[in-house]
Design a protein around this ligand. Structure first.
Ligand code: HPA
Length: 273
């Protein structure tokens, strides 16, 4: 990873119309439909973008879109990259560096996650207030690129307090119940055992998933204000664990997606100019 790669990808995207986004949005597993609410100006498949990894998960679209949502200029990833696809955390977070280079100031992430906190129901949203990185990897591993930010970025508050407050206010104003909690990122792709869910609960996680944390670490390093929402897709009760397959997770993601489609557009109006 170096600035040259970041700049050359940014320059390619600029030439293709992806100029001056204010906000980037990363749409997670089963959560791509928000794109339909964008006034789309430009769209490109990941495999056409130099230096981008190619999404291999079949239910991820793998498309970058530039458009307007509630009058705000947005660059949206429909589908993201995961460590379990074989990418390093640095590769997973590479697009975030490119978006900053294009001028973005805010990052909104979404993901599908298992509910460790048994107060959560399937299809509900959880605002990520903090995280635990269990990926055994950091996107900052490897030679440091001095230019974009510090080698040892502070992680006392990786999720922007003001943005989080807006999300909660939007939830209240729309009547959407939004929990708050700690997200644990695991490498996957297998789901967890009962013992692992018990462990995650013990260490303070409220939800578990296989993404988001690499992007957040990079956002923090490069000074992109971020907030993240999980859609709870399954209930991870180690004392009553039901067998589950990915199609059930995707069905539950659809329930949550309906909430996200309400919350994110309204949230745009709260974003400072
Ligand atoms: N574990 C890990 N990742 C997930 C889960 C889970 O239970 N549900 C959705 N993504």
């Amino acid at each position: 990873m170096n600035m040259e790669l970041i700049r050359s990808t940014a320059s390619f995207l600029r030439k293709n119309g992806f100029r001056n986004p204010e906000v980037c949005i990363v749409l997670g597993t089963g959560l791509g439909k928000l794109i339909d609410y964008l006034k789309v100006e430009h769209s490109i498949d990941y495999d056409q973008i130099p230096n981008f990894p190619v999404s291999t998960v079949e239910f991820h679209k793998g498309r970058l879109v530039l458009g307007y949502l509630e009058g705000r200029r947005v660059i949206a990833m429909q589908g993201r990259f995961h460590s379990y696809e074989g990418y390093t955390a640095a590769q997973v977070a590479f697009p975030i560096r490119v978006f900053k280079e294009l001028g973005a100031q805010f990052l909104i992430l979404s993901n599908a996650a298992g509910g460790i906190n048994l107060g959560f129901n399937k299809g509900e949203l959880m605002l990520i207030e903090d995280h635990i990185n269990l990926l055994n990897q950091s996107p900052l591993t490897g030679p440091n690129i001095e230019e974009p930010g510090p080698r040892f970025p502070d992680m006392s508050c990786p999720y922007d307090v003001a943005l989080n407050q807006y999300v909660i206010e939007v939830g209240v104003s729309l009547g959407v119940n939004i929990h708050k909690g700690v997200y644990a990122a695991v490498s996957g792709p297998q789901l967890e055992t009962k013992a692992e869910y018990r462990f995650l609960k013990t260490i303070g996680a409220d939800a578990v998933g296989m993404s988001t944390v690499p992007e957040v670490i990079v956002a923090r390093q490069i000074g992109l204000k971020c907030c993240a929402l999980s859609v709870i897709t399954d209930i991870c009760d180690p004392d009553d664990l039901q067998e589950i397959d990915i199609s059930q997770i995707l069905d539950a993601a659809l329930l949550g997606e309906a909430q996200l489609i309400k919350v994110i557009p309204e949230f745009m109006r709260f974003l400072p100019r």
